[in-house]
Design a protein around this ligand. Sequence first.
Ligand code: SF4
Length: 276
Amino acid sequence: MAQTCGYAGRILKVDLSSRTSETVSSGPYQRFIGGRGFAARLYWEEVPPETGALSERNRLVFAVGPLAGVPVIGGSRWGIYGKSPYRTPETFNYGNLGGRWGAELKFAGYDALVVHGRSDRPTCLVIRDDAVDFADASGLWGRGAPQTREALKEDHGSDVRVVAIGPAGENRVSTASLLADNDASGSAGLGSVMGSKNLKAVVVRGTRRKTSVAQPERLKHLSDYLRSFNRGAFTAWGTDFVQTGPKVKRDPCFGCSAKCIRIKYTADDGTSGKRA
Ligand code: SF4
């Protein structure tokens, strides 16, 4: 495994048609630096130009950068990439998500997940470190993304991270989004690509819970310096107007303590969700 600081060293490739998976080294991709670079290169290598967005030959790439899993501001944001039906003509597109799913993919030992093919039935991918299972998701088909996420947490444990689609993705609506933990949403119509593959959700949990850093002291110094802008009256994000209380709490992405506008609101009936 080509593991260098910041990277897990592996890319997980899944073929939903044959229900098989393999891992390849992420070493050759690390010169493209981050998740977006990984995904663009993988797409360039694996998706012929004439491939349709909803074709089983299209790839859906879930990717993180070298700071995913490192407790610094913004480091654990992640992305989903692939040819999307959102625009005419169809083109490579991406959605950027926060929350904790991306860091969890890194903790499971992967810098990226590449999905291709099409399952013959609704499927949920369940990734626990090196184990990859193709679980039947027929009972979840038709449910909304938040309900799917919570149902999968009941089945697989509250510590798993989930990204899922709802009925819009299942029905290949060209603007369909994805929803992950912490209500992180992914746009660019890539929910429809997930639906075209009969992929209802991806559940992930990893036990490698530290991302290696080449110069931890220097990174901490830089991170503390950046955070210093968010103390006192002045905030770099300009979000001091956000009021918190018993029903409204800040809900930052993994490792990020920025005074971010994203908050979690709990309603009187106990349901909760993120607002931005
Ligand atoms: S918590 Fe806010 S500032 Fe931090 S990465 Fe998430 S969206 Fe960005």
